[in-house]
Design a protein around this ligand. Structure first.
Ligand SMILES: [Zn+2]
Length: 286
């Protein structure tokens, strides 16, 4: 599932495409996307005639800015779900199976959204509303923002008795983290992923915040992680899967200490840890 680095890779691809023209055609398939969403509530028709502006990301969401014909600021909110991807094409090129949205630009190019598993979500609305109301308005701090540190992370999470990994996956605690990067960051910080969050001391939160930044930035540099479906705007898979240190590597030696990595399942999600670098603590975690 695309997490922050994968969504950021898509954002950068859309920025590099320099799409600054007007949308002259909006085509949407008849299929609904994520359960609980409806085509009618997406309001994609509002993009007809709109001019494309900046492409932003918040957590795992893309927020593409547009100005409509009356110069009202609109936002196209996109969640890639499990398998959503954007690509550029020309109108004469055949559409891939599972194409659900086509935005035709006045320079002749098309932006196509393809989502075989249909867990993605699309929606257009007034930009300010999209920026301040849920889902974006409900997100926790952005881990790559300048002010993000252990104190900020602790402020969101230190009261929680939930296992740390689960807390990191809570988008209201910190935005954009999924299972891969939560597991990688816990290993990098040397903290057991299932310890109750309330047991972490400030020094452990600092280490964790730094580890999150590191694993996310490293993955962005590698164009994201592709375990299965993820592709960037050019159709390329990411390269970060080759550099994951623990995720998906249960039974193999820890790259840090050589101890055999151990898999676990908690709350229906699998994970991996190094029993030597991430021992289950008895008391506080420093
Ligand atoms: Zn180790």
């Amino acid at each position: 599932m695309p997490e922050l680095p994968e969504v950021e890779s898509v954002r950068r691809g859309l920025v590099e495409a320099k799409l600054h023209g007007r949308i002259v055609e909006v085509w949407r398939s008849n299929a609904t996307l994520r359960v609980g969403t409806s085509r009618a509530a997406e309001h994609l028709e509002r993009l007809e005639g709109a001019r494309a502006g900046e492409v932003h990301r918040r957590g795992k969401y893309l927020l593409w800015h547009f100005d409509d014909r009356k110069r009202h600021a609109l936002g196209l909110l996109v969640h890639l779900g499990m398998s959503g991807r954007f690509g550029l094409a020309l109108p004469e090129q055949p559409r891939a199976a599972h194409t659900h949205l086509v935005l035709g630009f006045d320079d002749g190019r098309e932006v196509r959204f393809v989502d075989p598993r249909r867990f993605g979500a699309l929606g257009v609305g007034p930009l300010e509303q999209m920026q301040t109301q849920p889902p974006i308005g409900a997100l926790g701090p952005e881990p790559l923002d300048a002010g993000f540190d252990g104190a900020q992370l602790a402020a969101q999470a230190r009261q929680s008795h939930r296992p740390l990994r689960e807390v990191l996956l809570d988008q209201q605690v910190v935005a954009g983290i999924g299972n891969i990067y939560a597991v990688e960051a816990c290993h990098r910080a040397g903290i057991h992923p299932l310890v109750g969050a309330y047991r972490l001391q400030p020094s452990a939160w600092d280490r964790l915040a730094e580890a999150l930044r590191f694993v996310l930035e490293h993955a962005i540099d590698n164009g994201g992680t592709t375990l299965r479906d993820f592709r960037d705007v050019s159709g390329h898979a990411g390269r970060n899967q080759d550099e994951l240190r623990v995720y998906g590597r249960a039974g193999k030696p820890c790259p840090g200490c050589g101890t055999t990595l151990v898999g676990f399942v908690n709350a229906g999600r699998s994970g991996v840890l190094c029993p030597r670098d991430q021992p289950r603590p008895r008391g506080h975690v420093r």
